[in-house]
Design a protein around this ligand. Structure first.
Ligand code: PDD
Length: 274
């Protein structure tokens, strides 16, 4: 691990490792037969492609990674092995987009190849089908946040504070780390709390505050056109509470100034806390 070599159970990782906090890393599993890794180069090529796709700059030349991996396998003394290579974005206090320069963390582990019963090949196995749901359990406040991290990085590069997700049919769901509300014809709108969004705690209280202020709200999907034409837009979350959005994709919202309803809702929310 980062140049340290020892028993697997003695390896230590910071609780601020991006892998631990965000699932923000990439990996490979390589098989070693009689002390020789099969297709190590192909695996390392894919690792580099994965890293590039999630904007992790690998600080090691391919030849160096190859040597580290071979060296680790060699020193383990294990001949029939599974070699695991993991790179996380680095270590920094939890923040989707970190200000700190991070050096990626590299972990290489070597384990004995698990026993594979011969019946696997002679008898075959059963399988079941299910709807493809990967990345689609957004109602879970999961630490698998790599896509959100990427979205935040891209937003930051565009000079934006938040990335707002839009489904292929144009439906606006939520922000990368916030829920989104629009004001349309004086009515507050936000996406229903289903598996397409994280049901934010602040979202819940904002709807409650709207009720006490006699502001009409509907919990219904709205689309990108509704968003850019909205009278007001704001995002909600635990860290910054209620934040007015005045520009989306370069289009000015509500004259480019925070709207009155957003301010009323935020004020109502703050008094509710008090
Ligand atoms: N994120 N949607 C997503 C995808 C979020 O990550 C968050 C919060 C919210 C708002 O939830 P709440 O109102 O409960 O804070 C909505 C936190 C703040 C984070 O990851 O840092």
């Amino acid at each position: 691990m980062n140049g340290w070599l020892g028993a697997l159970e003695d390896a230590r990782v910071s609780v601020n490792d991006r892998g631990y906090n965000f699932g923000d890393g990439v990996y490979e599993v390589v098989r070693a037969y009689n002390g020789v890794m099969f297709a190590l180069e192909e695996h390392l090529e894919r690792l580099a492609l994965s890293a590039a796709a999630v904007e992790i700059d690998l600080p090691w030349e391919p030849a160096r990674l190859k040597n580290i991996t071979k060296d680790t396998l060699g020193k383990s003394g294990i001949k029939e092995a599974l070699v695991y290579i993991q790179v996380t974005r680095g270590t920094a206090p939890r923040n989707h987009v970190s200000d700190e320069e991070m050096r990626p963390n590299l972990l290489v582990t070597v384990r004995n190849m698990p026993h594979i019963p011969p019946s696997l090949y002679t008898e075959g196995v059963k399988a079941i089908t299910m709807p493809e749901f990967r990345w689609q359990i957004r109602n879970v406040k999961s630490i698998s946040l790599q896509a959100s991290v990427l979205a935040k990085r891209r937003a930051e590069r565009a000079g934006a504070a938040e990335a707002i997700f839009v489904l292929p049919d144009g439906t606006v769901t939520e922000g990368a780390s916030s829920n989104i509300f629009i004001v349309k014809d004086g009515v507050l709108m936000t996406h229903p709390a289903d598996n397409r969004i994280l049901a934010g705690v602040i979202r819940h209280f904002v709807l409650k505050v709207a009720g006490t202020l006699d502001v009409k709200s509907v919990v219904e999907p709205f689309n990108i056109l509704d968003l850019v034409k909205a009278e007001e837009v704001f995002i909600t979350g635990t860290v910054a509470e209620v934040v007015p959005v005045v520009n989306v994709d370069g289009k000015i919202i509500g004259g480019g100034r925070p709207g009155p309803l957003t301010a009323r809702i935020h004020k109502g929310f703050v008094s509710l806390i008090k």
